[in-house]
Design a protein around this ligand. Structure first.
Ligand code: IMP
Length: 427
């Protein structure tokens, strides 16, 4: 069985907790895109773990797979492996030999690009993600299979670095030193070499053995390089189709696609956000929802739930179910709103536009709901969904009906126990 978890908004939907929740029942957790621009916090008991590149399920000692679609900063990966080992966890990790490496020059390029782009900049995390993907597409990338072959690594690094240094010179930047990079990365190659393998082959074997495989998306649908709010996107395929490309599995092997929907909207980066609230409700969402980036610590822009976005995400991903997160953050608000369409230039728009000039001028058309008081979490833990206030149930049921997809689970707090399961995902 192979299931995929996808963000339906701009990332930060709470996928870490959801993936970790389902990872308990999975045998294998796979990352298939992105790099250490992602970040997830996992709370188990009193311990708080923050990871950027290692797949979820690591604290559960699941089999962890980094697919070919991921771009890997080896230093960060080694640090995370060491954190897990220090915690006494056994690390069963496999890295695709086809995955590209983030090199020191990618981070310099990220800075240069963001400087030059002006108001077209995406608000990058500056981890070198975009330039690494750009090199991959331009066929200047260095893959793990190159890193562990000294002759190939030397040849590629020397060719690529001399080209990058010429470019850096024209921007008044210092050239990077070949020997320094070679020595540092060769060391990484020796540490990580044993984890490197053919991931597609491995996953085929796992499927034949009947293992439960969970594919974990990073970021969200609206950050996808093709389907997101380009150019304010990330550089990878964050949608369900990306799982096939990024790990070498055939599309028909996918069983379920779960879309994580946060009960409101947040965005950490630039570009239009139609439902953004720059008032006390926006502050409530940011403060109560602790909306500060896991990777960069930046405050997130917050607003009402936008179902135009989620409907689009359903069309692109073909969701079989929704995991609704952070419903508790809305508690205590007098009224709650959901955008169901936009108004642009006097016309009603039902579909998410590709033109960012249009999106920037879209005003949300809202459906208003009566708010609800704080949740009685003990009661919910005991009685499940029926213990939610009626107003909260109306809100949840509206989302499910509007999108036309069942709700698999509702998360009403950061702890793993604060989860209502409405339908089983596996089986
Ligand atoms: P980059 O992928 O670091 O270059 O960033 C490109 C855009 O994607 C920026 O707007 C980032 O804020 C956004 N982004 C990247 N990763 C995440 C994430 O994990 N959550 C939310 N936004 C992200």
């Amino acid at each position: 069985m192979l299931n995929v978890i996808i963000g339906t908004q701009w990332g930060d939907e709470g996928k870490g907790k959801i993936t970790d929740f389902y990872a308990k029942k999975a045998d294998v957790v796979v990352r298939f895109q992105g790099g250490n621009n992602a970040g997830h916090t996992v709370i188990v008991g009193d311990r708080v773990y923050k990871f950027h590149i290692i797949p979820s399920g690591s604290v559960e000692e699941k089999i962890l797979v980094i697919g070919n679609g991921v771009v890997v900063d080896p230093k960060v990966l080694i640090e995370e492996i060491n954190t897990l080992k220090k915690e006494g966890k056994s690390v069963k990790l496999y890295i695709s030999e086809r995955a590209n490496l983030i090199m020191p020059y990618h981070k310099v390029e990220d800075e240069i690009h963001e400087e030059l782009k002006g108001d077209l900049k995406a608000g990058s995390t500056k981890r070198g993600i975009g330039p690494c993907y750009a090199d991959k597409i331009a066929r200047f990338g260095i893959r793990f299979v190159d890193l562990i072959d000294d002759e190939v690594f030397r040849k590629k690094l020397s060719m690529i670095l001399s080209m990058k240094n010429k470019i850096f010179k024209t921007f008044g930047r210092k050239p990077l030193d070949y020997d320094q990079i070679y020595t540092e990365y060769s060391k990484y190659g020796k540490i990580l070499g044993d984890y490197v393998t053919d991931i597609s082959l491995l996953l085929e074997k796992f499927l034949k053995e009947g293992k439960n495989i969970l594919m974990e998306g990073a970021q969200g649908t609206h950050l996808d390089i093709d389907h997101g709010i380009y150019p304010y996107t990330t550089s990878s395929h964050t949608v369900a189709g990306g799982a096939c490309i990024g790990a070498g599995v055939p599309p028909q092997r996918i069983d379920k696609i779960i879309g994580v929907v946060k009960a409101y909207t947040s965005r950490v980066g630039t570009g239009p956000v139609p439902t953004e609230l720059e008032d006390e409700v926006g502050e409530h969402l940011r403060d109560v929802g602790k909306e500060y980036g896991t990777t960069t610590g930046r405050p997130r822009r917050c607003g009402w739930l936008d179902l135009v976005m989620v409907k689009y995400a359903h069309r692109i991903n073909g969701l079989t179910g929704i995991a609704l997160t952070k419903l508790d953050v809305l508690c205590g608000l007098e009224k709650v709103k959901i955008a169901t369409a936009y108004e642009y230039d006097g016309e009603r728009i039902e579909e998410f536009p590709a033109n960012m000039k249009i999106l920037a001028k879209c005003n949300p058309v809202y459906k208003e709901f009566k708010g609800w008081k704080e949740f009685d979490k003990e009661k919910i833990k005991r009685d499940g969904y029926k213990a939610l206030p009626e107003e909260a149930k109306n809100y949840v049921e509206f989302i499910s009906k509007f999108i036309g997809v069942p709700i698999y689970l509702i998360s009403y707090g950061p702890k793993r126990s604060e989860t209502i399961v409405l339908r089983e995902f596996f089986g």
